[in-house]
Design a binder for this molecule. Sequence first.
Ligand code: XMP
Length: 182
Amino acid sequence: MHNDIDHVLLDEGTILRRLDGMARDITRDYEGRMPTIVCILHGGIILMADLLRRVELPLLIETISVSSYHGGVESSGVITFHQKGLPDLKGKHVILLDDILDTGRTLAAISRRFTEEAGAASVKLCVLLRKVKDRACAVEADYVGFDIGDEFVVGYGLDYQGQYRNLPYIGVLKPEAISRLA
Ligand code: XMP
C-alpha cells in the first residue's frame, strides 16, 4: 500500500495537530448548543473519528452516503444519494463533515437539501482539505484543515477505487498505481 505512494503531502502528526485547532474552534462556536454532525460516507469517516473525539460538547452524529467520483480520479459531476430519506434535522444546528472540498458539488447539493427539505436551523461545512481552484459550485467551508493544490490525493479517508482510505496520511499516488487499478 505505502509503495504506491509517490509522496506524502500531510503526515499524521501534522493532521492531528491541525484537528486540535479545528476542534477548539467548533467547541467555542457551538458552546451552549448541541450540534448534529453529519458525516459524508465514506470519505469523512477517519476525520469524524479523530475530530469529534477532540470536540468538548454534547453532540449528535448522523451519516449520509453519496458519491460523485464513481471510481475515477475526476468528479463525474453527478451527485448520487444512496439512501431515500434524509436524517431528521428539523431545527437542528448541523455541521456537515467531508474529507475534501473539490468542485463543491457534493457539499452544495447536500447542504441545499438539509436546509430546504430537512429544515435544518443552520448548516456549516467542515472539511479536512480544500483544493485551491475555481469551483463548479460557489461553496465556502466554515472549518478547513488545509488548503492543497488541485491534484488527486488519497489516504485519511480518501480513496482510489475504494482503496487507501486507511493510510494515516494524505499522499499522492504514483501514476503506475493509478493505471494498475484503473
Ligand atoms: P466535490 O467535487 O463534489 O468532491 O467537491 C467531493 C468528493 O469528491 C471526492 N474527491 C476526492 N477523492 N481524492 C479522492 O480520493 C481527491 O483528490 C478527491 N477530490 C474529490 C471526495 O469523495 C469528496 O467527498
